[in-house]
Design a protein around this ligand. Sequence first.
Ligand SMILES: *Cc1c(COP(=O)(O)O)cnc(C)c1O
Length: 441
Amino acid sequence: MVDSPTPPWDPAALAAADHAHCWHPFTPMGEWMEDDPLILVGGEGCWLVDARGNRYLDANSSIWTNVHGHGHPRITEAIRDQAATLDHASFLGTTNPWAINLAEKLAALMPALPRVFFTDDGSTAVECALKMSIQARQLMGEAGRSRFVAFDRAYHGDTMGASSLGGVSTFFERFRGFGFQPIRCSSVEDLRQLDAGTIASLNAVVIEPLIQGVNRMHLWPPGMLTDLRAWCDEHAVWLVLDEVMTGFGRTGRMFACQHEEVVPDFLCLAKGLTGGTVPLAATLTSGKVFSAFLDDGTGDRTFYYGHSYCGNPIGCAAALASLEVFEKERVLDGLAAKIEHFSKVLEQVRWSCAPHVGAVRQLGLMAGIDLVQADGSTYPPAARMGQVACRAMREAGVLTRPILDTIVLMPPLAISREEINHLARGVRAGIHAATAGVGKV
Ligand SMILES: *Cc1c(COP(=O)(O)O)cnc(C)c1O
């Protein structure tokens, strides 16, 4: 028997130990230590269970990761078997069947990008694409093409390179001077305004296709990705798609770029890759980029980049199992009906919570609901209405996090019609409770 935590849980003792030793991401810790923490001890399908036995619908897929529900038997079994067979072995100069098989499967999903580099999470998938593209340009004799274009209010992760691309000021302003400076734009039109010299200095454009998650679920206009691809082609600039959030069915297709039949030069995948069970990421690229790294007798062309857990067999086995679930359960085929129902309940939330709901943005099974004051203006930031509403939703058995005053909903693809209804009831209850009796603040 292993000496790891087991029930019965002692929430007070766990809270005290957490407050003494844990440091949580994106969390104001002073406030955290004043509060009673939500201690999650179990996951079953789309539900999470806390130490007191309360159940919550996982309305943001455990920060955008979970795909097939928690504890899916096929994935659980794959992880268990893999841990017993080969837990980890280095991918530096050796290989393993699970990583090989997964690379093959990912390449089959995106045939134009048959070369797969494994990393650990979204940030490192983006970091890898940046370094790969920098070195590829050097190897191709295009070292002058060294600059990146990133979009306003983008989010590409928190490592220094990836966060240099970030444009959400709350997160990145503090670190602005420490990374590199991308060229920042807000539309394809902005790119068209760049002078020839700047364009000639560009390596790649990096974008979250179709929808920017952290930017409060901002939707790009339809056709934008197509226009961007065309502009990149015209100027021999590479296109890096960050599908860390949008990959693996969230938009209704396997990848967001498939909605516009756009093929990038680099594709970054993470969050949903393992079905949201264990960390694993991948950066896919073309044969053309890869071949620049092959020895041609002119010197060392090695890509000196990697992480300890690259190609981790447990992660790869989990990802293979997740892809198998996509196939066996025909997950993508079932999405259209769920997305339509999700749209319908979002519309109900909008009218039943009027006038406190402003815009509602939806793509696939992702949505952002803006909370506004009765006169349509935004709440003062100090009211922290998004936070208050999500706390009230928690009481109603729905768990998610806001981004400012936008409630983010992104349930697992496995969510049922009844669970979508529960989600909507919880969201309505939360918004009503938070905004009840609140006039103009
Ligand atoms: C979450 C996210 C990342 C960063 O991924 P991590 O796994 O948190 O490092 C990068 N890009 C996008 C679009 C994301 O949503």
